[in-house]
Design a protein around this ligand. Structure first.
Ligand code: MSP
Length: 673
């Protein structure tokens, strides 16, 4: 029997059909009422969970088909950084696109809390290992929420339910002959938690490191359990089955990373498989070497290796061992550094278990920062992967100064030899990350973030809304009666109407292909063309009927743009739709088309500007004293930021926001300055 519940609020709730945790279920049952957030619960007695957000369970399933989107689970060894946020936000956009299409989404994320790396981090931070995990998991939870990601399930590998699943999977695979004990030798990278052979290492400055990640390795020889890809399932080896899957289903998207290799991801993996050194995977470590992990069932001397453990989290989170188990994932989002595990070991485990394979693996590139540790500052810029282990990360924290829950503090290297300490709003961060090249590595440049915020979010999106809600153009503060037929009679609106007519399908196609920046391009084009109608026709000089036609087409542009931008910048989009008076249920993909008719309606007054401009100022003299603050504005600003010089000898690079109030420019002067 399915029960229908109604929920209000909460970070993980999408409007429409949602999955939600048990704690909320209990609350919902007794206290909440509402219209938009509807939860279908199949199992009337869900298992209990401990915490409200971190332990949401997918024991609640929709009657409808469920779309599963996963992120990798994050190592609990250090603070979240831009790279992690990118993975989560990418997955969030995918989840939101599905929800806007009325699909039920199970968006799974969480923490990878076992392994040597976490143990070492705990020792370094003088914490118990559990305290280390609890602390970092909370940081990640905070960032997930603050950056407006809305996972339905947040799994932690130290949870009991997960240990049960991992041990059950191990027992099954061992029973079916896929796991054997043998002396295993190789090199181990604690940072990657990866076992590699000599061929995959290189000596740099007398230190042996992995070729891929350049992380140090140490030799080891132990009696371990290995998982063999040569094991046979239904008459074929797991290895052959994985190869077939890669060749026939082309699950890896995008196929290739631009400018980085002449081989596609798939070809690279197939080449690796041909070399035969990935036929056996060491999947345990001696407990005496690493006891922070799940014990091998029936062998108290061995700990299950953290990658085997971590991959199983996708199964725990989707209810493996329960009925029903929602499977397989539709999209698994990962960074390119962990493709080997997701395209070889992971499908092999699933095949051995007789489970379906993921439909798509979306691989993104890395965020790079300028290497400031170079000896010679005149050398050409060198960019390296942002990473906690190498101390080259721009980390993220929830901002405590801003009270609306959507501000993040970014700290770290700023692409100049200065330290960055900045507060940004989630919309700006999401927009900046999603405006990057999805098929490539991206350089983290703070100046670009500021520039995108100003030129696109403020000057284009917010400005169009501000212009057509200003007293000068729209004295009655209304969304005038909309009639497509009447508008098509106006010659100079033809081109723009056509553009709006196809905008949704263009954007939906680009978003479905994970080309978010190209989708945004199309939206910006429509905004720019609406804006240029205002500039060229000067509606404030026209009589009311003509003026209202321009206002209505421009507000219609804002409406469609805001609906389409919901997955990218949910908070700002929803504020725009609120101002336009668009009801929640009219904010779906299907509503992002030109309306035929709509009645006149009053606009909601927006007291606060949606976004404020950001300014980068270069100081001339030395030291912090040269910061130029924008007077009292600074104190009132939701977001202000500055680059703190790491050395007093360096010129100050100060960033100051000033208040952007609507309308900022007078209509007569618009475009002239
Ligand atoms: N715990 C493993 C994943 C296990 S999944 C079964 C792991 N964790 S991680 O914290 O190191 O990385 C998590 C995600 O963040 C990965 O997708 C990784 O690619 C991504 N990023 C970490 N640093 C990154 C950048 N500098 N840039 C972009 N993403 C990167 O791997």
């Amino acid at each position: 029997m399915f029960k229908k519940l109604v929920l209000i609020g909460g970070a993980a709730i999408y409007t429409g059909t949602v999955l939600w945790g048990v704690t909320k279920y209990r609350k919902a049952k007794t206290t909440l009422k509402g219209e938009n957030n509807v939860l279908y619960i199949k199992n009337s007695k869900p298992r209990p969970v401990s915490e409200e957000f971190c332990h949401l369970l997918p024991t609640l399933y929709s009657e409808q088909e469920c779309c599963i989107i996963t992120t990798p689970i994050f190592y609990a060894n250090g603070d979240p950084h831009i790279g992690h946020a990118y993975t989560s936000i990418m997955a969030d956009v995918m989840a939101r696109c599905q929800s806007l299409d009325d699909k039920t989404v199970l968006y799974v994320t969480g923490m990878d809390e076992h392994g040597l790396k976490i143990k070492q981090a705990a020792t370094k931070n003088k914490r118990t290992v559990q305290a280390q995990c609890d602390y970092v998991s909370q940081q990640f939870c905070d960032i997930v929420k603050t950056s407006e990601c809305s996972p339905t399930t947040f799994i932690r590998t130290t949870e009991e339910r997960h240990c049960n699943v991992v041990q059950a999977i191990w027992t099954r695979l061992a029973k079916d002959g896929f796991i054997k004990k043998k002396i295993y030798s190789g090199y181990y990278s604690v940072s990657d938690e990866d076992v590699v052979n000599k061929r995959k290492t290189i000596v740099i400055n007398g230190k042996r490191v992995t070729k891929d990640s350049r992380q140090p390795v140490e030799t080891f020889q132990e009696e371990n359990y290995v998982f063999s890809l040569l094991g046979v399932k239904n008459g074929e080896s797991l290895k052959d089955l994985v190869i077939k899957w890669l060749k026939l289903k082309s699950p890896i998207k995008p196929e290739v990373l631009e400018n980085q290799s002449s081989l596609s991801y798939c070809e690279q993996i197939l080449r690796e498989l041909q070399k035969n050194d990935l036929d056996e995977w060491s999947i345990s470590r001696l407990r005496s070497n690493n006891g922070w992990g799940i014990q091998v069932p029936g062998d108290s001397t061995q700990t299950i290796h953290v990658w085997f453990d971590a991959l199983c989290s996708y199964l725990t989170a989707t209810g493996y061992l329960n009925e029903p188990h929602v499977w397989p994932p539709d999209i698994q989002v990962i960074g390119k550094d962990i493709l080997k595990f997701h395209s070889i070991l992971w499908p092999a485990i699933l095949l051995a278990l007789g489970l379906d394979l993921p439909k798509q693996i979306f691989v993104h590139g890395h965020w790079l920062v300028e290497d400031v540790n170079q000896n010679n500052p005149n050398k050409r810029k060198k960019w390296i992967k942002m990473s906690k282990s190498t101390g080259t990360a721009v980390t993220l924290q929830r901002s405590n100064t801003a009270n609306d829950g959507h501000f993040l503090k970014m700290k770290g290297i700023a692409g100049v030899p200065d330290e960055l300490s900045v507060t940004v709003c989630s919309s700006t961060l999401r927009y900046f990350l999603l405006r990057s090249r999805e098929k490539n590595d991206n350089h983290f440049q703070y100046e670009r973030l500021v520039d995108l915020h100003n030129t696109e979010l403020v000057n284009k999106l917010c400005n169009l809304l501000s212009r057509c809600t200003s007293e000068k153009i729209n004295p009655t503060e209304e969304f005038p009666k909309f009639s497509r037929k009447k508008l098509t009679e106006v010659g100079y609106l033809q081109k723009h109407l056509k553009e709006l007519g196809v905008l949704k399908s263009v954007v939906a196609k680009k978003f479905a292909e994970f080309q978010y920046s190209k989708g945004i391009d199309a939206i910006l084009c429509a905004i720019t063309s609406a804006d240029s109608i205002i500039t060229s026709k000067k509606p404030w000089t026209l009589e009311a009927t003509q003026r209202e036609k321009i206002v209505s087409i421009c507000l219609e542009t804002c409406r469609i743009a805001a609906i389409l931008l919901q997955p990218i910048i949910p908070n700002i989009s929803s504020q725009i739709l609120d101002i336009l008076g668009i009801k929640e249920k009219k904010r779906k993909w299907r509503n992002a088309i030109l309306q035929e008719e709509a009645p006149r309606r009053v606009l909601k007054k927006n007291k606060k500007p949606l976004l404020k401009r950001m300014k980068i100022q270069k100081g001339k003299e030395k030291g912090l004293a040269n910061f130029e603050y924008a007077g009292k504005d600074l104190l009132q600003m939701d977001a202000f930021c500055f680059l703190v010089p790491s050395s007093q000898d360096l010129p100050v690079l100060g960033v100051v926001f000033d208040t952007f109030s609507f309308p900022q420019v007078s209509e007569e002067s618009y475009g002239k300055t």
